[in-house]
Design a protein around this ligand. Structure first.
Ligand code: ATP
Ligand code: MG
Length: 423
C-alpha cells in the first residue's frame, strides 16, 4: 500500500526537536506568569466573519491565505490565521474586561495558505500576548519589553527592534491620499502585486519585498510627516521610555504590518540569521478592534512570536531535560512482569522510568541505557528474580571512587530502592 504523507506546509515536530519547544514554552510561561499575564485558550475554528471584520478584507491573510470552508450546517468557518481576533472575541463574549482581566497570553497553531519555505509553513505556531484597556504608551513599552526580554532570556542577543508609528486612522487617511498621489505618477515602475494594491490596500505597498519597488519607495512621502500633534507626542514618549529602559531600537518608516487593525505603535523584532523570513516577533497597538468586534470602546496592544523561527535561532543549550531518571534493563518471563510492576510504582513515586521491552540481550539493553542519558540502570533478570533482588548501576558516575557504582537491593523494598535512585 502506498505511504501517506502530511499535507504540504503541515510539519511534524518530532521527539528529537521537541526539547527546544518545551524549553521555550517553560521560559515563556514563567515570564508571563511573573508579569501577571493570564493564559487564554480559544478554539482553532471560528466563524469566518471574525477575521474578515477584524483583519480586513484587503489584507493578504484574509484575501489569499485563509483556510475557509463550510461546515455540515453550512456555516462559513475558518481555521484561525492568527490569535488576536480570537482573544478579543473571547474577551468581549465573556465580558472579561469588566471582570478586571486585561493581560492575556496564548499559544498554539495558526493556519495560513502560504508558499512553504524555511521559516514559513501552512500550519505554524505562535505564542503571543494581548494587553487590553490600557491606553498609556508605557503599556506599549511594557509589552515590547516583554518580547525583548523573553528573546534575550532564551539566549538571543543578535536582534533588532524595528519601530514605527501608524498614527490614528485619520492620520493614515491623510497619508493615504498623499501616498496614492505619489504612487499614481509612478504606477508603471511598481511590481504587479503592488499595482493591484493601489486599489485595495496602498499602505501595504510600503511592505513590498520586490527590490525595484523597494528602491523606488526610498523617496516616497513618509507616514511620520502626516502624524497629528497628539500622535507625534505619543511616539516621542514611546521612544523616550525605551531609551530610559536601555532597549535599543531602529526606526523603520516603512513598517506598516500586514493587518488592518493596527494604529500608533507598530514593531517587529528581526534577526539577520533567518534569511528572507527575518521577523521573529511582530506586534502593535490596535485601539478600536474591541469595539469593532462588538465590545466597549477600549484600547489594545499585543505581539506574536513565530515559534518555528524562534526555534531555528536557539542554540543547543536551550533544551528541556528529557533523559529518564532510570533505565530498566529486564529479561525473563517472570522478571519482565516484576519489572513492569516496579516501574509503575517508581513512576507513581515521581521518577521517570524507561522500561526496556525489547527482550534483547543484557549487553544490548545496557548500550541503550548508556545512550539514553539516565542516571541509573536497574537490572532484573532470572538470577535476581530467584534471589528476590534487583541490581542498580550508576551510569553517569564521576571518577570519584567513593561513589557506589553497582549495588544489590531487595526487590520488595521500594523505599530503599527509591532512596538509592534519588541519591
Ligand atoms: P511575514 O511578513 O513573515 O509573513 P506576518 O507579518 O505575516 O509575517 P504576523 O502576522 O505578524 O506575521 O505574525 C507574527 C509572527 O508569526 C511572524 O513574525 C512570524 O515569526 C510568524 N509567522 C507568520 N506567518 C508565518 C508562517 N506562515 N510560518 C511560520 N511563521 C509565521
Ligand atoms: Mg505573512
Amino acid at each position: 500500500m502506498n505511504q501517506l504523507q502530511s499535507l504540504r506546509g503541515m510539519v511534524d515536530i518530532l521527539p528529537m526537536q521537541i526539547q527546544h519547544w518545551q524549553a521555550v514554552e517553560l521560559v515563556a510561561r514563567e515570564q508571563f506568569h511573573r508579569a501577571g499575564f493570564k493564559e487564554i485558550r480559544t478554539p482553532l475554528l471560528e466563524v469566518t466573519e471574525l477575521f474578515s471584520r477584524s483583519i480586513g478584507e484587503a489584507t493578504d491573510v484574509v484575501g489569499k491565505e485563509m483556510y475557509t470552508f463550510s461546515d455540515r450546517g453550512n456555516r462559513s468557518c475558518t481555521l484561525r490565521p492568527e490569535g488576536t481576533a480570537s482573544v478579543v472575541r473571547a474577551v468581549v463574549e465573556h465580558g472579561l474586561l469588566s471582570k478586571g482581566l486585561q493581560r492575556f497570553w496564548y499559544g498554539g497553531p495558526m493556519f495560513r495558505y502560504e508558499r512553504p519555505q524555511a521559516g514559513r509553513q501552512r500550519q505554524f505556531h505562535q505564542i503571543g500576548v494581548e494587553c487590553l484597556g490600557i491606553d498609556s504608551p508605557r503599556c506599549d513599552v511594557e509589552v515590547i519589553a516583554m518580547a525583548w526580554d523573553l528573546l534575550h532570556s532564551l539566549g538571543l542577543n543578535d536582534l533588532v527592534l524595528e519601530l514605527n508609528s501608524l498614527g490614528t486612522p485619520e492620520d493614515r487617511k491623510k497619508y493615504r491620499v498623499q501616498l496614492l498621489d505619489w504612487l499614481h505618477d509612478r504606477r508603471d515602475q511598481l511590481d504587479v502585486d503592488s499595482q493591484k494594491r493601489l486599489q485595495t490596500n496602498p499602505l501595504r505597498i510600503l511592505d513590498s519585498k520586490d527590490p525595484k519597488t523597494c528602491s523606488l519607495l526610498k523617496d516616497a512621502p513618509l507616514l511620520e510627516d502626516s502624524l497629528c500633534n497628539e500622535s507625534s507626542i505619543r511616539f516621542e514618549s514611546l521612544k523616550h521610555t525605551l531609551e530610559v529602559l536601555g532597549i535599543p531600537f531602529a526606526l523603520n518608516p516603512r513598517l506598516v504590518r500586514g493587518l488592518d487593525y493596527y494604529c500608533h505603535t507598530a514593531f517587529e523584532i528581526t534577526s539577520r540569521h533567518l534569511g528572507a523570513q527575518a521577523t521573529v516577533c511582530g506586534g502593535g497597538r490596535y485601539d478600536g478592534l474591541v469595539e469593532q468586534l462588538g465590545g466597549p470602546a477600549s484600547s489594545g496592544i499585543g505581539w506574536a512570536i513565530g515559534m518555528e523561527r524562534l526555534v531555528l535561532l536557539l542554540d543547543d543549550s536551550f533544551k528541556a531535560a528529557s533523559s529518564p531518571d532510570v533505565y530498566f534493563v529486564n529479561k525473563g518471563e517472570e522478571a519482565e512482569i516484576k519489572a513492569l510492576d516496579i516501574a509503575r510504582r517508581l513512576r507513581a513515586a515521581g521518577l521517570a522510568v524507561e522500561l526496556d521491552s525489547s527482550r534483547a540481550s543484557f549487553g544490548k539493553q545496557f548500550r541503550r541505557a548508556d545512550r539514553c542519558g539516565a542516571k541509573w540502570a536497574i537490572i532484573l533478570g532470572d538470577d535476581e528474580m530467584s534471589n528476590g533482588e534487583v541490581r542498580l548501576k550508576k551510569l553517569h558516575s564521576t571518577n570519584d571512587p567513593s561513589i557506589v557504582k553497582e549495588l544489590v537491593t531487595s526487590s520488595s523494598d521500594l523505599d530503599g530502592l527509591l532512596a538509592f535512585l534519588r541519591s
